[in-house]
Design a protein around this ligand. Structure first.
Ligand code: DQA
Length: 144
């Protein structure tokens, strides 16, 4: 069975109360439930992991090798700073869909730069929590 890791980075554990005007009121648990319901339709398996720590996210990417078929990654602010995460994705050689709740291109200029984009299959942003379902669909289709 196809297995996808849904990996969330820093501050995403605070979704629901964190800047609701930007990120909405959906919590990370709500998103996980949404993803699980969606995955059941596709008959695929999901694993969820969130960390505020760059190294833990890198370890999760490494550990995904041989365990999962691909990753949906919302790297939060590390998107805009982390060469180490970019290298981890290249090293793991697993397909990654980059995901953001907000439209990072319509926000501050520092959010326009993504270190994930060059090593991702593609990027989905600006669709809020629904973006996770879109990302799962994109990854399933990519995996064929
Ligand atoms: C985010 C966008 C990032 O710029 C920000 O640092 C986040 C969340 C998003 O989902 O819209 O933490 O990845």
């Amino acid at each position: 069975m196809t297995s996808i890791l849904i990996l969330n980075g820093p501050n995403l554990n605070l979704l629901g109360t964190r800047q609701p005007e930007v990120y909405g009121t959906t919590t990370l648990t709500d998103i996980e439930n949404l993803c699980t319901a969606h995955a059941n339709k596709h008959n695929i398996e999901l694993k969820f992991f969130q960390s505020n720590h760059e190294g833990a996210l890198i370890d999760a990417i490494h550990d995904a090798r041989g365990t999962h078929d691909g990753i949906v990654l919302n790297a939060g602010a590390y998107t805009h700073t982390s060469v180490a995460l970019m290298d981890a994705i290249s090293s793991a050689a697993l397909p990654v869909i980059e995901l953001h709740l907000s439209n990072i291109h319509a926000r501050e200029e520092f959010r326009h730069k993504s270190f994930i984009a060059p090593v991702a299959v593609g990027q989905i942003c600006g669709f809020g929590a629904h973006g996770y379902e879109l990302a799962i669909d994109a990854l399933v289709r990519h995996l064929g």
